[in-house]
Ligand binder design. Structure first.
Ligand code: MG
Length: 249
């Protein structure tokens, strides 16, 4: 994947761009597509900073950025099966604390407090709820998310997603993480439609758009705050959910 400045990205487009015909089933990514995960994570870390004086030798924005860097790297290791879920939860706090020079704060206590704060800050992405629920009246829909069963299932409940979605799939239950084609195959089998009539809507170009496209699905990229990608295989690139709604009417 090559990233280019925006002026070039509009010149070359995939030939299926804006072709949203023949769609029978729509799967949505969860974090940062329907639900504002990043905002919840940042606010939870700010709450953590406020609760524990041990963290306050630098500002909350330092904790937020160090944690994000550590966590992103660890997810790559987790994806490649180098560590398990519990190790990821431990190491992301231990490593953040060691990078910040924080001593005397137990990672278990921090992790438990973080999870409690994180859940308090869950919110829909702007205008995603309205479009998601509207599309759910016109298409069968599902949610397909990378993540841990326990926390992702709490999100399904919190946002009553089972009222709208026919399928709710967490990577952990399948044994594969997006963009592995086997998780898209798993989801396609549950939907019961051929890949070319499935649409995947997500914010991650590598996991969602490349993963979905390689599996023969149509894809819609929620590209808000993203670097443009030259020759993206996405059938639709949008930054407001109203554009997705319009493309599907
Ligand atoms: Mg996402």
């Amino acid at each position: 994947m090559r990233k280019t400045p925006s002026p070039n990205s509009k010149g070359k487009q995939n030939s299926g761009r804006n072709d949203m015909s023949g769609i029978s089933f729509i799967y949505f990514d969860l974090d940062d597509t329907l639900i504002d995960h990043k905002k919840a994570q940042d606010r939870a870390l700010a709450d953590l900073w406020t609760r524990y004086p041990e963290l306050q030798s630098s500002g909350p924005e330092v904790l937020i950025s160090v944690y994000a860097g550590v966590n992103n790297k660890l997810w790559h290791v987790y994806r490649n099966s180098g560590i398990g879920q519990n190790e990821l939860k431990r190491i992301r706090f231990e490593k953040t604390f060691s990078e910040l020079g924080v001593r005397g704060l137990d990672w278990r206590e921090a992790e438990a407090a973080y999870m409690e704060f994180y859940q308090r800050h869950w919110e829909w992405i702007d205008d995603a709820r309205e479009v998601f629920t509207d599309l759910a009246k016109r298409y069968p829909v599902g949610v397909l998310t990378n993540g841990f069963n326990d926390i992702q299932k709490k999100k399904f409940e919190h946002f009553s997603l089972n009222r709208y979605a026919r399928e709710l799939i967490v990577s952990e239950q399948t044994g594969y993480l997006k963009p592995d084609p086997r998780i898209f195959q798993y989801a396609a089998d549950l939907a019961g439609y051929p890949p070319e009539s499935l649409l995947y809507v997500g914010d991650s170009h590598s996991s969602d758009i490349e993963g979905g496209s390689r599996s023969g699905w149509k894809t819609a990229w929620y590209a808000v705050d993203k670097e443009p990608v030259e020759d993206s295989p996405a059938n639709l690139i949008f930054t407001h959910f109203s554009e997705l709604k319009k493309a599907l009417t």
